[in-house]
Design a binder for this molecule. Structure first.
Ligand SMILES: Nc1ncnc2c1ncn2[C@@H]1O[C@H](COP(=O)(O)OP(=O)(O)OP(=O)(O)O)[C@@H](O)[C@H]1O
Ligand SMILES: [Mg+2]
Length: 263
């Protein structure tokens, strides 16, 4: 069998395996650090989990929504562990880059959505040819490859600041497209005060649209309330009632909804 035929067969087998299971895997990925991956993973899981609870899922069983992180530091797990248990509308798993944990959860018929936070990747192979896997060699790179193998959708954050644009493109062109993983770009950190006339926002939207990258129609706005969410152990679904809290929740609900439409 030629390499391309075996790759095609492997892809078809993987697609069949994906179609046969109940759980959909959503990976939040962007090579650049600090674009909002963990914030998006945790809050999208909260929105998806909250709607699963209110739609009458059996609460005695595990939640249909699971969040996981694959980095050794475990940002997502630490965040979830500090949330009051009654306020956590999803389950989470600790992987610390160990292989085999996520593929096991994916097979669990009770699970519907598995949302995976990933670290910014630094261990890129600088000599990787165009078309070759650029993820490099490390424990985290292997964990990332494992989750990409089962991913049904990738969410890629970008910011109005150009600092994340090249990495957004790299992540899509070099990591996601070669693997045939559908993706959805989310603009994060639009500042509704400083960018009142949406000049910066329009620039990033135009850049994405030029490339035909599917995106969530409206951005996640930048609010101070998000900056303290990790240390306070809060989720967007639990913010104390205020205008900002409602706006903030709406932003992540929109991401969760667009994600559902793409699955
Ligand atoms: N919409 C937002 N408004 C305000 N602050 C935000 C927003 N999104 C993210 N942040 C803040 O920006 C910082 C980076 O966000 P986050 O940790 O989610 O990024 P990341 O992509 O997971 O970073 P890393 O690559 O280091 O894991 C955090 O302090 C977070 O609170
Ligand atoms: Mg993170």
């Amino acid at each position: 069998m030629t390499t391309s035929t075996s790759t095609a067969v492997q892809r078809a087998t993987e697609t069949a395996a994906r179609n046969g299971r109940a759980a959909k895997v959503i990976v939040v990925i962007q090579q650049k650090g600090g674009a909002g991956k963990s914030t998006i993973a945790v809050n999208t899981a909260a929105c998806a989990g909250r709607s699963a609870v209110t739609s009458g899922a059996d609460e005695s069983a595990g939640s249909p929504v699971v969040a996981a992180g694959i980095d050794v530091q475990g940002t997502l797990e630490k965040w979830c562990a500090s949330v009051r248990e009654a306020a956590l509308p999803f389950d989470y798993v600790v992987t610390k880059s160990k292989l085999g944990i996520l593929p096991g959860i994916v097979k669990d018929p009770e699970r519907r959505r598995i949302i995976v936070d990933t670290p910014g990747f630094l261990d890129i192979d600088p000599d990787a040819e165009w078309g070759a896997d650029p993820l490099g060699e490390s424990r985290t790179a292997d964990a990332l490859r494992e989750v990409l193998e089962v991913a049904d959708l990738a969410i890629v954050p970008i910011t109005p600041s150009k600092i994340t644009w090249d990495e957004c493109e790299f992540t899509i062109e070099r990591v996601l497209k070669p693997r045939g993983i559908p993706f959805l770009v989310v603009i994060n950190m639009h500042d509704p005060g400083k960018d009142r006339h949406e000049v910066q926002l329009d620039k990033v939207k135009a850049w994405l649209d030029e490339r035909n990258y599917p995106r969530v129609a409206d951005p996640i706005r930048r609010y101070t309330i998000h900056e303290h969410a990790y240390e306070n152990g809060t989720l967007v679904t639990e913010y104390k009632m205020s205008g900002t809290a409602l706006n903030a929740r709406e932003d992540f609900m929109r991401v969760a909804l667009t994600m559902e439409q793409m699955l």
